[in-house]
Design a protein around this ligand. Structure first.
Ligand code: FE2
Length: 396
Protein backbone atom coordinates (compact mmCIF):
# COMPACT_ATOMS: atom_id res chain seq x y z
CA UNK A 1 0.00 0.00 0.00
CA UNK A 2 1.33 3.42 -0.79
CA UNK A 3 0.60 6.36 1.41
CA UNK A 4 -1.74 8.60 -0.57
CA UNK A 5 -1.00 11.60 1.59
CA UNK A 6 2.75 11.45 1.90
CA UNK A 7 4.34 12.69 -1.32
CA UNK A 8 7.73 11.15 -2.01
CA UNK A 9 9.44 14.52 -2.10
CA UNK A 10 8.85 14.62 1.65
CA UNK A 11 10.90 11.51 2.30
CA UNK A 12 14.26 13.33 2.58
CA UNK A 13 12.66 15.50 5.25
CA UNK A 14 11.58 12.38 7.12
CA UNK A 15 15.14 11.04 7.01
CA UNK A 16 16.38 14.37 8.37
CA UNK A 17 13.85 14.15 11.18
CA UNK A 18 15.02 10.62 12.00
CA UNK A 19 18.64 11.78 12.05
CA UNK A 20 17.69 14.68 14.32
CA UNK A 21 16.03 12.19 16.65
CA UNK A 22 19.23 10.15 16.74
CA UNK A 23 21.23 13.33 17.37
CA UNK A 24 18.97 14.18 20.27
CA UNK A 25 19.24 10.67 21.70
CA UNK A 26 23.01 10.69 21.36
CA UNK A 27 22.99 13.97 23.31
CA UNK A 28 24.56 15.89 20.45
CA UNK A 29 24.17 19.53 21.59
CA UNK A 30 21.20 21.23 19.92
CA UNK A 31 23.40 23.77 18.21
CA UNK A 32 25.22 21.01 16.26
CA UNK A 33 22.13 19.00 15.34
CA UNK A 34 21.40 20.93 12.12
CA UNK A 35 24.99 20.23 10.99
CA UNK A 36 24.62 16.56 11.87
CA UNK A 37 21.40 16.26 9.90
CA UNK A 38 22.58 18.48 7.05
CA UNK A 39 25.02 15.77 6.03
CA UNK A 40 22.22 13.60 4.75
CA UNK A 41 19.70 15.89 3.13
CA UNK A 42 17.82 19.17 2.92
CA UNK A 43 16.55 20.80 6.07
CA UNK A 44 15.07 23.92 7.58
CA UNK A 45 15.60 24.29 11.33
CA UNK A 46 16.27 21.81 14.11
CA UNK A 47 12.82 22.46 15.59
CA UNK A 48 11.14 21.79 12.22
CA UNK A 49 12.98 18.50 11.91
CA UNK A 50 11.43 17.14 15.09
CA UNK A 51 7.90 17.90 13.94
CA UNK A 52 5.86 15.20 12.23
CA UNK A 53 5.52 15.45 8.48
CA UNK A 54 2.66 17.45 7.01
CA UNK A 55 -0.46 15.42 6.43
CA UNK A 56 -0.07 12.90 9.24
CA UNK A 57 -2.96 12.47 11.65
CA UNK A 58 -2.37 13.01 15.36
CA UNK A 59 -5.05 12.95 18.03
CA UNK A 60 -5.67 16.40 19.53
CA UNK A 61 -5.33 15.04 23.08
CA UNK A 62 -7.52 17.86 24.33
CA UNK A 63 -10.80 16.70 25.79
CA UNK A 64 -13.27 19.55 25.52
CA UNK A 65 -15.70 18.42 28.16
CA UNK A 66 -15.56 16.11 31.15
CA UNK A 67 -16.02 12.59 29.78
CA UNK A 68 -16.65 10.90 33.14
CA UNK A 69 -16.82 12.44 36.62
CA UNK A 70 -13.36 11.91 38.19
CA UNK A 71 -14.87 10.78 41.49
CA UNK A 72 -16.28 7.76 39.65
CA UNK A 73 -12.77 6.36 39.04
CA UNK A 74 -10.20 8.27 41.21
CA UNK A 75 -9.41 6.90 44.68
CA UNK A 76 -7.54 9.31 46.95
CA UNK A 77 -5.18 7.04 48.88
CA UNK A 78 -4.43 9.75 51.44
CA UNK A 79 -7.48 8.20 53.14
CA UNK A 80 -5.63 4.87 53.53
CA UNK A 81 -2.45 3.84 55.36
CA UNK A 82 -1.21 2.01 52.23
CA UNK A 83 0.37 -0.63 54.44
CA UNK A 84 0.31 -4.41 54.59
CA UNK A 85 -3.29 -4.58 55.81
CA UNK A 86 -4.52 -2.65 52.74
CA UNK A 87 -3.03 -5.37 50.53
CA UNK A 88 -5.48 -7.96 51.86
CA UNK A 89 -8.11 -8.84 49.22
CA UNK A 90 -10.72 -8.17 51.91
CA UNK A 91 -9.45 -4.70 52.86
CA UNK A 92 -11.78 -1.71 52.35
CA UNK A 93 -9.36 -0.37 49.71
CA UNK A 94 -9.30 -3.66 47.78
CA UNK A 95 -13.08 -3.87 47.86
CA UNK A 96 -13.42 -0.25 46.70
CA UNK A 97 -10.94 -0.81 43.87
CA UNK A 98 -12.78 -3.89 42.63
CA UNK A 99 -16.20 -2.24 42.93
CA UNK A 100 -14.91 0.76 40.94
CA UNK A 101 -13.40 -1.51 38.30
CA UNK A 102 -16.61 -3.54 37.95
CA UNK A 103 -18.79 -0.45 37.66
CA UNK A 104 -16.58 1.84 35.54
CA UNK A 105 -13.69 -0.21 34.14
CA UNK A 106 -11.15 2.39 35.30
CA UNK A 107 -9.39 2.78 38.67
CA UNK A 108 -6.84 5.50 39.43
CA UNK A 109 -5.07 5.32 42.80
CA UNK A 110 -3.62 8.77 43.55
CA UNK A 111 -1.68 10.14 46.53
CA UNK A 112 -0.37 6.67 47.34
CA UNK A 113 2.98 7.85 48.71
CA UNK A 114 4.52 4.75 47.07
CA UNK A 115 7.89 4.87 45.32
CA UNK A 116 8.73 1.21 45.00
CA UNK A 117 7.57 -0.48 41.79
CA UNK A 118 7.05 -3.89 43.39
CA UNK A 119 4.75 -2.40 46.06
CA UNK A 120 2.78 -0.56 43.35
CA UNK A 121 2.50 -3.91 41.58
CA UNK A 122 1.05 -5.51 44.71
CA UNK A 123 -1.66 -2.83 44.86
CA UNK A 124 -2.35 -3.21 41.12
CA UNK A 125 -2.74 -6.95 41.61
CA UNK A 126 -5.68 -6.40 43.95
CA UNK A 127 -7.63 -5.99 40.66
CA UNK A 128 -5.29 -7.50 38.03
CA UNK A 129 -5.36 -10.88 39.72
CA UNK A 130 -4.09 -13.02 36.86
CA UNK A 131 -1.38 -12.01 34.45
CA UNK A 132 -0.56 -13.34 31.01
CA UNK A 133 2.79 -13.92 29.33
CA UNK A 134 3.39 -11.31 26.59
CA UNK A 135 3.86 -13.81 23.76
CA UNK A 136 2.89 -12.95 20.20
CA UNK A 137 2.80 -9.26 21.15
CA UNK A 138 3.65 -6.53 18.70
CA UNK A 139 5.76 -4.22 20.85
CA UNK A 140 9.41 -4.90 21.71
CA UNK A 141 8.58 -5.13 25.40
CA UNK A 142 11.20 -5.99 28.04
CA UNK A 143 10.91 -6.43 31.78
CA UNK A 144 11.47 -3.24 33.75
CA UNK A 145 11.83 -5.29 36.91
CA UNK A 146 10.76 -8.77 37.94
CA UNK A 147 7.15 -9.32 36.82
CA UNK A 148 6.72 -5.76 35.53
CA UNK A 149 6.88 -4.97 31.81
CA UNK A 150 8.08 -1.74 30.28
CA UNK A 151 5.80 0.15 27.88
CA UNK A 152 7.84 -1.02 24.87
CA UNK A 153 7.58 2.16 22.80
CA UNK A 154 9.91 5.14 22.30
CA UNK A 155 8.97 8.11 24.49
CA UNK A 156 9.13 10.57 21.61
CA UNK A 157 6.56 8.70 19.52
CA UNK A 158 2.89 9.46 20.06
CA UNK A 159 0.86 6.32 20.60
CA UNK A 160 -2.56 6.25 18.99
CA UNK A 161 -5.46 5.06 21.13
CA UNK A 162 -5.66 1.27 21.11
CA UNK A 163 -6.97 -1.80 22.87
CA UNK A 164 -4.06 -3.97 24.00
CA UNK A 165 -3.38 -7.02 21.81
CA UNK A 166 -6.43 -6.55 19.57
CA UNK A 167 -4.35 -7.88 16.66
CA UNK A 168 -4.16 -11.52 17.81
CA UNK A 169 -6.76 -13.99 19.02
CA UNK A 170 -5.15 -14.13 22.47
CA UNK A 171 -6.03 -10.73 23.94
CA UNK A 172 -6.20 -9.45 27.51
CA UNK A 173 -9.09 -8.30 29.67
CA UNK A 174 -7.28 -5.55 31.55
CA UNK A 175 -4.04 -3.65 32.05
CA UNK A 176 -2.31 -2.02 34.98
CA UNK A 177 0.02 0.99 34.74
CA UNK A 178 2.40 1.90 37.55
CA UNK A 179 3.84 5.41 37.91
CA UNK A 180 7.50 4.63 38.55
CA UNK A 181 9.05 7.93 37.44
CA UNK A 182 7.08 11.05 36.56
CA UNK A 183 7.53 14.70 35.64
CA UNK A 184 4.77 17.09 36.76
CA UNK A 185 2.72 18.33 33.81
CA UNK A 186 4.43 16.04 31.29
CA UNK A 187 3.90 12.55 29.96
CA UNK A 188 0.17 12.01 30.58
CA UNK A 189 -1.40 8.77 29.43
CA UNK A 190 -4.89 9.13 27.93
CA UNK A 191 -7.73 6.65 28.22
CA UNK A 192 -10.80 6.89 26.00
CA UNK A 193 -14.30 5.88 27.09
CA UNK A 194 -14.92 3.11 24.59
CA UNK A 195 -18.61 2.65 25.37
CA UNK A 196 -19.30 6.20 24.21
CA UNK A 197 -16.90 5.78 21.26
CA UNK A 198 -18.73 2.58 20.20
CA UNK A 199 -22.14 4.26 20.29
CA UNK A 200 -20.89 7.16 18.17
CA UNK A 201 -18.98 5.14 15.58
CA UNK A 202 -21.95 2.86 14.96
CA UNK A 203 -23.98 5.93 13.99
CA UNK A 204 -21.55 6.62 11.13
CA UNK A 205 -21.29 5.07 7.67
CA UNK A 206 -17.68 4.13 8.51
CA UNK A 207 -18.80 2.31 11.66
CA UNK A 208 -21.34 0.33 9.69
CA UNK A 209 -18.65 -0.55 7.14
CA UNK A 210 -16.37 -1.74 9.95
CA UNK A 211 -19.25 -3.84 11.28
CA UNK A 212 -19.95 -5.37 7.89
CA UNK A 213 -16.41 -5.95 6.55
CA UNK A 214 -14.33 -6.56 9.67
CA UNK A 215 -10.57 -6.04 9.56
CA UNK A 216 -7.31 -7.64 8.47
CA UNK A 217 -4.21 -6.96 10.57
CA UNK A 218 -1.01 -7.21 8.51
CA UNK A 219 2.27 -7.49 10.47
CA UNK A 220 5.83 -7.97 9.21
CA UNK A 221 8.29 -9.08 11.90
CA UNK A 222 11.99 -8.85 11.10
CA UNK A 223 14.61 -11.52 11.80
CA UNK A 224 17.07 -10.70 14.59
CA UNK A 225 19.86 -12.65 12.87
CA UNK A 226 19.53 -10.59 9.67
CA UNK A 227 20.13 -7.42 11.69
CA UNK A 228 22.99 -8.74 13.83
CA UNK A 229 25.58 -6.42 12.21
CA UNK A 230 23.24 -3.74 10.93
CA UNK A 231 21.64 -0.66 12.50
CA UNK A 232 17.95 -1.28 13.27
CA UNK A 233 16.64 0.94 10.48
CA UNK A 234 13.07 -0.10 9.63
CA UNK A 235 12.90 -2.48 12.59
CA UNK A 236 9.81 -2.52 14.80
CA UNK A 237 10.12 -5.91 16.40
CA UNK A 238 11.95 -9.15 15.56
CA UNK A 239 9.87 -12.31 15.43
CA UNK A 240 12.22 -13.90 17.97
CA UNK A 241 11.25 -11.25 20.53
CA UNK A 242 7.56 -11.26 19.66
CA UNK A 243 7.14 -15.05 19.64
CA UNK A 244 9.71 -15.63 22.44
CA UNK A 245 11.67 -18.27 20.50
CA UNK A 246 14.70 -18.48 18.17
CA UNK A 247 13.27 -21.49 16.34
CA UNK A 248 11.42 -20.48 13.13
CA UNK A 249 9.16 -23.55 13.23
CA UNK A 250 8.24 -22.82 16.82
CA UNK A 251 7.58 -19.15 15.90
CA UNK A 252 5.12 -20.30 13.23
CA UNK A 253 3.42 -22.58 15.74
CA UNK A 254 3.07 -19.76 18.28
CA UNK A 255 1.73 -17.38 15.60
CA UNK A 256 -0.78 -19.94 14.31
CA UNK A 257 -1.80 -20.66 17.89
CA UNK A 258 -2.66 -16.95 18.14
CA UNK A 259 -4.99 -17.20 15.13
CA UNK A 260 -2.54 -15.72 12.60
CA UNK A 261 -1.98 -16.76 8.99
CA UNK A 262 1.77 -16.96 8.43
CA UNK A 263 4.11 -16.63 5.47
CA UNK A 264 7.91 -16.22 5.29
CA UNK A 265 9.32 -13.33 3.23
CA UNK A 266 12.80 -12.37 2.11
CA UNK A 267 15.51 -12.44 4.83
CA UNK A 268 13.29 -14.56 7.10
CA UNK A 269 10.70 -11.79 7.42
CA UNK A 270 7.71 -13.29 9.24
CA UNK A 271 4.54 -11.95 7.60
CA UNK A 272 1.32 -12.52 9.52
CA UNK A 273 -2.33 -11.79 8.76
CA UNK A 274 -5.22 -11.83 11.19
CA UNK A 275 -8.86 -11.54 10.12
CA UNK A 276 -11.31 -10.53 12.83
CA UNK A 277 -14.22 -8.22 13.63
CA UNK A 278 -13.47 -4.57 14.43
CA UNK A 279 -15.63 -5.17 17.52
CA UNK A 280 -15.55 -7.59 20.42
CA UNK A 281 -18.32 -9.07 22.51
CA UNK A 282 -18.02 -7.89 26.14
CA UNK A 283 -19.70 -10.46 28.40
CA UNK A 284 -20.09 -8.21 31.46
CA UNK A 285 -22.33 -5.76 29.59
CA UNK A 286 -23.66 -8.37 27.14
CA UNK A 287 -22.88 -6.14 24.15
CA UNK A 288 -20.36 -5.71 21.36
CA UNK A 289 -17.82 -2.91 21.81
CA UNK A 290 -15.35 -1.28 19.44
CA UNK A 291 -12.02 -3.12 19.68
CA UNK A 292 -9.75 -1.70 16.98
CA UNK A 293 -7.98 1.51 15.98
CA UNK A 294 -5.41 3.01 13.63
CA UNK A 295 -2.68 1.96 16.10
CA UNK A 296 -2.40 -1.23 14.04
CA UNK A 297 -1.95 0.69 10.81
CA UNK A 298 1.27 1.99 9.25
CA UNK A 299 0.43 5.37 10.78
CA UNK A 300 1.40 3.96 14.20
CA UNK A 301 4.95 4.79 13.09
CA UNK A 302 4.46 8.43 12.07
CA UNK A 303 6.77 9.59 14.89
CA UNK A 304 8.62 6.29 15.54
CA UNK A 305 12.42 6.66 15.22
CA UNK A 306 13.99 4.36 12.62
CA UNK A 307 10.63 3.61 10.97
CA UNK A 308 8.90 6.97 10.43
CA UNK A 309 11.00 7.73 7.35
CA UNK A 310 9.64 4.71 5.45
CA UNK A 311 6.72 5.06 3.03
CA UNK A 312 3.57 3.43 4.32
CA UNK A 313 3.85 0.36 2.10
CA UNK A 314 7.25 -0.48 3.61
CA UNK A 315 6.28 -0.17 7.27
CA UNK A 316 5.88 -3.22 9.54
CA UNK A 317 2.11 -2.82 10.20
CA UNK A 318 -0.94 -2.22 8.05
CA UNK A 319 -4.66 -2.31 8.77
CA UNK A 320 -7.21 -2.92 6.01
CA UNK A 321 -10.86 -3.85 5.95
CA UNK A 322 -11.45 -7.59 6.09
CA UNK A 323 -11.95 -7.79 2.30
CA UNK A 324 -8.46 -6.30 1.79
CA UNK A 325 -9.73 -2.87 0.74
CA UNK A 326 -7.97 0.15 2.20
CA UNK A 327 -9.37 2.80 4.50
CA UNK A 328 -9.46 6.32 3.12
CA UNK A 329 -7.70 9.15 4.87
CA UNK A 330 -11.08 10.57 5.94
CA UNK A 331 -12.05 7.22 7.47
CA UNK A 332 -8.79 7.06 9.43
CA UNK A 333 -9.28 10.65 10.58
CA UNK A 334 -12.75 9.75 11.83
CA UNK A 335 -11.37 6.65 13.60
CA UNK A 336 -8.88 8.89 15.45
CA UNK A 337 -11.40 11.66 16.18
CA UNK A 338 -13.97 9.37 17.76
CA UNK A 339 -11.57 8.01 20.40
CA UNK A 340 -10.17 11.51 20.86
CA UNK A 341 -13.59 12.92 21.66
CA UNK A 342 -13.84 10.70 24.75
CA UNK A 343 -10.25 10.96 25.99
CA UNK A 344 -9.42 11.39 29.69
CA UNK A 345 -5.86 12.49 30.65
CA UNK A 346 -4.04 10.63 33.40
CA UNK A 347 -1.37 13.06 34.67
CA UNK A 348 1.13 10.90 36.47
CA UNK A 349 2.53 11.32 39.96
CA UNK A 350 5.10 8.84 41.21
CA UNK A 351 3.21 6.04 42.97
CA UNK A 352 -0.02 6.32 40.96
CA UNK A 353 -1.57 2.97 40.00
CA UNK A 354 -4.10 2.88 37.16
CA UNK A 355 -6.14 -0.17 36.14
CA UNK A 356 -7.88 -0.10 32.75
CA UNK A 357 -10.51 -2.48 31.40
CA UNK A 358 -9.36 -3.35 27.87
CA UNK A 359 -12.97 -3.61 26.61
CA UNK A 360 -14.35 -0.41 28.12
CA UNK A 361 -11.34 1.85 27.49
CA UNK A 362 -8.73 2.41 24.82
CA UNK A 363 -5.40 3.97 25.83
CA UNK A 364 -2.71 6.07 24.13
CA UNK A 365 -0.55 9.14 24.69
CA UNK A 366 1.17 12.10 23.00
CA UNK A 367 4.91 11.98 22.35
CA UNK A 368 7.02 12.93 25.37
CA UNK A 369 10.05 15.20 25.12
CA UNK A 370 12.09 15.29 28.31
CA UNK A 371 14.67 17.81 29.37
CA UNK A 372 18.04 16.61 30.70
CA UNK A 373 17.60 15.17 34.18
CA UNK A 374 13.88 14.42 33.71
CA UNK A 375 12.65 10.83 33.87
CA UNK A 376 9.25 9.39 33.04
CA UNK A 377 8.75 5.65 33.29
CA UNK A 378 5.69 3.45 33.70
CA UNK A 379 5.55 -0.22 34.64
CA UNK A 380 2.92 -2.33 32.89
CA UNK A 381 0.87 -5.28 34.13
CA UNK A 382 -0.95 -7.30 31.49
CA UNK A 383 -4.03 -9.01 32.89
CA UNK A 384 -5.40 -12.44 32.17
CA UNK A 385 -5.72 -13.64 28.61
CA UNK A 386 -8.93 -14.47 26.82
CA UNK A 387 -9.70 -15.84 23.38
CA UNK A 388 -11.23 -13.22 21.09
CA UNK A 389 -14.64 -14.11 19.65
CA UNK A 390 -15.24 -10.94 17.61
CA UNK A 391 -18.79 -9.57 17.61
CA UNK A 392 -21.91 -11.62 18.33
CA UNK A 393 -25.16 -11.38 16.38
CA UNK A 394 -27.92 -9.52 18.12
CA UNK A 395 -25.57 -7.90 20.66
CA UNK A 396 -25.40 -4.43 19.20
FE1 FE2 B 1 -0.77 -0.35 25.01
Amino acid sequence: MDNPYRPHWLRPLAIVAAMAEIAQKCRIPAVYRPLFAANIGPMSTAADMLKPLPGVIEPRWSPGTEVLPPDSYVIDCADYAMGESDLSPESPLARRMNRTFDEVGLVWLGNTGLTDLQTMRQFGKLVVKNEMRYQGGANPRDNLEANVYEVGAPLTAWLHYHHEMAYISHSTRMLGFLGHKAVAGKGATYVSDNLQATDVILQTEFGQKLKELGLCYHRNLTDRESFRDQPPIGVYNHWQKSMLTDDPDEAVKVAEGRGLEVEWGKDRLLKTRYYISAFEYFPLLDRNVLYSSVADDAMWFDTWPNVMHLPYDERPLALTFGDGSEMTRDEKQLFVDIYDRFGIPVDWDVGDVVIVCNYRFAHGRPGIHLEPGEERELGVLIGDAYQRVGDLDGKW
